[in-house]
Design a protein. Structure first.
Length: 170
């Protein structure tokens, strides 16, 4: 009898995992793996959103610098300080193009194009998800001050900056 009991106990200890134990272990493994994939997806989305936000900020700042460059060029050529700045851009959205260094009235949504060198502009290149519009207002009661408002749109987001420039030759 002892021998039969011993063989029976030996068989029970060698049987391995039950179906429920296997299913529970698979569930735990799948939960850990899917949590890892979720974390990677959220991290990538955050990275792309941050990249777009930085690009939008630099595009907005570039538009302000283009306007400042026009003002400074006017000083060198001894023309009126706001020549080529004020005008149509007071009442309509304008495009500030870095390749030409000029302001022009937007035709449509002021979408930015990216050329083969990776530069953004309004002249030529592949259409991007960014659009940039510039408005320039004369500051009331101050003929030597302008306010520059730049709006950059990308996807469902919008970035707006404002800066004031002066006729520094006074």
């Amino acid at each position: 009898m002892n021998m039969v009991q011993e063989k029976s106990n030996k068989r029970l200890s060698e049987q391995g995992f039950t179906l429920i134990e296997t299913m529970v272990s698979l569930f735990i493994i799948l939960t850990v793996v899917s949590a890892g994939f979720f974390a990677i997806r959220v991290g990538l989305q955050s990275t792309f959103a941050a990249r777009d936000q930085v690009t939008a900020f630099f595009l907005a700042q570039e538009a302000v610098e283009i306007v400042k460059n026009i003002r400074d060029s006017n000083s060198v050529t001894e023309t009126v300080w706001n020549e080529g700045i004020i005008g149509d851009c007071e009442t309509r959205d304008c495009a500030a193009d870095a390749t030409s260094g000029a302001l022009s009235v937007c035709s449509g949504d002021c979408v930015l194009l990216r050329d083969t060198n990776g530069l953004f502009g309004h002249q030529s290149g592949a259409r991007t998800r960014f659009s940039r519009s510039v408005r320039i207002q004369q500051v009331p009661n101050n003929a030597s001050e302008l306010r520059i408002d730049v709006v950059v749109r990308y996807g469902t987001r919008t970035l707006e900056i404002s800066e004031q420039i002066f006729d520094w030759r006074i």
